[in-house]
Ligand binder design. Sequence first.
Ligand code: C2O
Ligand code: CU
Ligand code: CU
Length: 476
Amino acid sequence: MKRMLTRRDALKLGLLGGGAVLLPLALQRRSSAQLSTWTTQFQVPLRIPPVLSPVSSDATTDYYEITMKPAQVEILPGLKTTIWGYNGQFPGPTIKARVGRQTLVRQINNLPEPMVVHAHGMGSKPESDGHPDDIIEPGAYRDYIYPNDRPATLWYHDHSMHDVAPHIYKGLSAFYLIGDEVEDSLPLPKGQYDIPLMLQDRLFASNGEFIYNSRGNNGAFGTTMLVNGVTSPRFEVANRKYRFRILNASNVRSYQLALSSGQPLIVIGSDNGGLMPAPVTTSKIRLGVAERYDVIIDFSVYSIGTQVVLQNLVGETPSLQQIMRFDVVRLESDDSTIPATLRPFEPLPESRAVRTRDWNFSRGEHGEWVINGKPWDSNRVDATPILGDVEIWRLANNDKDAEHHIHLHLVQFQILDRNGQPPLPYEVGRKDTVFLGPNEVVRLIVKFEPNRGTYAFHCHMLEHEDHSMMTQFQVL
Ligand code: C2O
Ligand code: CU
Ligand code: CU
């Protein structure tokens, strides 16, 4: 049963801004006086998205088939939410691939709008990268071929120009995990101790449906935290080490992750770089949209019965400050260790760069988001590096308030500096997305490989990307 939101409801949902934002949940069905009670936090067990099985395999390739379609799922206890999902699931099914074998994913569009699918972080050929022009019409399908060239935590999501924000908000995002023998040979936590966590914030109507409010082109913020599509879940763990692959798949929200116990996080991997050269211990992690960090948490320091909350230090309400809870419930032996050396690589020296390109991220004259003063134009290419060239990309944000989370398709880059200072300690691995804070200048060093062709380069805050802080480079 639908009912109109009153202004009072809207205020409580944070739609009108101002005041503390309270959590609309099943409680909404009761009187509005009870709205302030948050009863489902840490009640619902974490779910791990299912791993998709290939429909067939041959000597070189695993073949998958996915149907994008609407579905009704239970996110808030007792209520139904309409989602758009890969195979009707939210998050979509995880694809697990191996370096050395390619994947063909047939994406069938059974949704009422054109779709584009992008495997974020992959070194795909242009025709499989999900260029915004390469749409799949409703009722049609497209075959994407993925080389699985990097052992790393990737994800796949919609990439329709001007509609990526509502599409991902409705549920079109999923993990794509690539492993290899080097990683297998390390004694890191594996199998059921290697857990993907997709962080998203959503706003719910009283009937359980998502409310999408882009606030112009500032972006859709939610008041409820979802992890793998579950509201502020609880996850029962043994007193041992776990690996968590943490992805920010929110529309525009960024996070500062920390544990309520004060225990540090051990970062072992980042973005499409996969494992870093060495583990980095940090008390908190800043996570922009589309960034991923692989993190080890060692629960062996806790006694059975301990509860540890994964916090967001920059959340504006208690519910946004407490993302999920780990309940240490059982004793288990632990044969995993964290090697001092993970996956070393030669950092690209600045002297290898053949040129520097300057990129400015700002508001345009009409309030849109622009790169070097220009909005997206699929007929314009703003950089033409040559295959194999190393370049320095200098990203500048002159805004004192807005942040941007900048992503390059195709490549892996390294962060040289932030406002002339070294990057954060856990930003030393290879990455595909970088946090660009207010008034910040970040320099990246990028080698343009492994393919020629035209690729997107954009802010990954979804409403910024849609309106339309995106351009493209062409590798010659
Ligand atoms: Cu994750 Cu162009 O995107
Ligand atoms: Cu991408
Ligand atoms: Cu932005």
